[in-house]
Write a protein that binds this ligand. Structure first.
Ligand SMILES: C[S@@+](CC[C@H](N)C(=O)[O-])C[C@H]1O[C@@H](n2cnc3c(N)ncnc32)[C@H](O)[C@@H]1O
Length: 179
């Protein structure tokens, strides 16, 4: 069963992808991944994600300007598997049980066209449907199926602020200025 998931973001263009890439990182954190590798130099994105970790807790680390080939090679050398999320891959329900049998999983998502080499470097090319959509949606569904919903009730240690779930209204505990 998978105990650790990380996300590698490829193809980030600082002039147009900041919001989406930040949301890829926040989705990774919220849905059970523990690391985010940005294969581009955009400290602003990494700082935004780290700021959320600082206020909302959890064991999550975002890294700027990683070299993606090195990142993939290191992950594999440490015994992890690499899953490239792409609409051209094998559909999720057909492979997720096999993917989940691996302890450490690196999910790779693109922005613009992903280099062809990624398809062969990946251990699995996985589609969340074989239809074009979004890296945020694809990642969310993938992580949820990987962790079989357990991530939805995870704890985030060292949180300064915490939502108090309520049927109506907005309730939270922690300093107002941190929200
Ligand atoms: C908006 S798409 C652009 C893809 C680009 N046109 C290409 O051909 O590589 C950005 C990313 O979303 C993810 N994505 C989009 N549709 C997907 C799907 N059906 N299944 C899994 N991932 C998907 C992939 O990681 C992709 O690199």
């Amino acid at each position: 069963m998978t105990s650790e998931a990380a996300v590698l973001r490829l193809g980030h263009r600082p002039e147009r992808d900041q919001r989406v890439t930040t949301h890829v990182g926040l989705t990774a954190r919220a849905l059970g991944a523990t690391r985010f590798f940005l294969a581009a130099d955009d400290l602003g994105v990494v700082r935004s994600i780290s700021d959320v970790v600082d206020r909302w807790g959890g064991d999550f680390r975002a890294e700027n300007d990683v070299k993606w080939r090195r990142c993939i090679a290191d992950w594999k050398a440490d015994g992890g598997v690499v899953v490239h999320l792409t609409m051209y891959g094998l559909n999720l329900p057909d492979v997720i049980d096999e993917v989940r049998s691996h302890d450490r999983v690196l999910a790779v998502v693109g922005a613009e066209k992903v280099p062809g080499e990624v398809y062969s470097l990946a251990d699995y090319n996985v589609a969340v449907t074989n239809q074009p959509h979004s890296e945020i949606a694809g990642l969310a569904v993938f992580l949820d199926r990987l962790f079989e919903g357990r991530e939805l009730s995870a704890d985030f240690p060292r949180a300064k602020i915490r939502v108090i779930p309520s049927a109506h209204g907005k309730l939270a505990e922690g300093p107002t200025e941190e929200r």
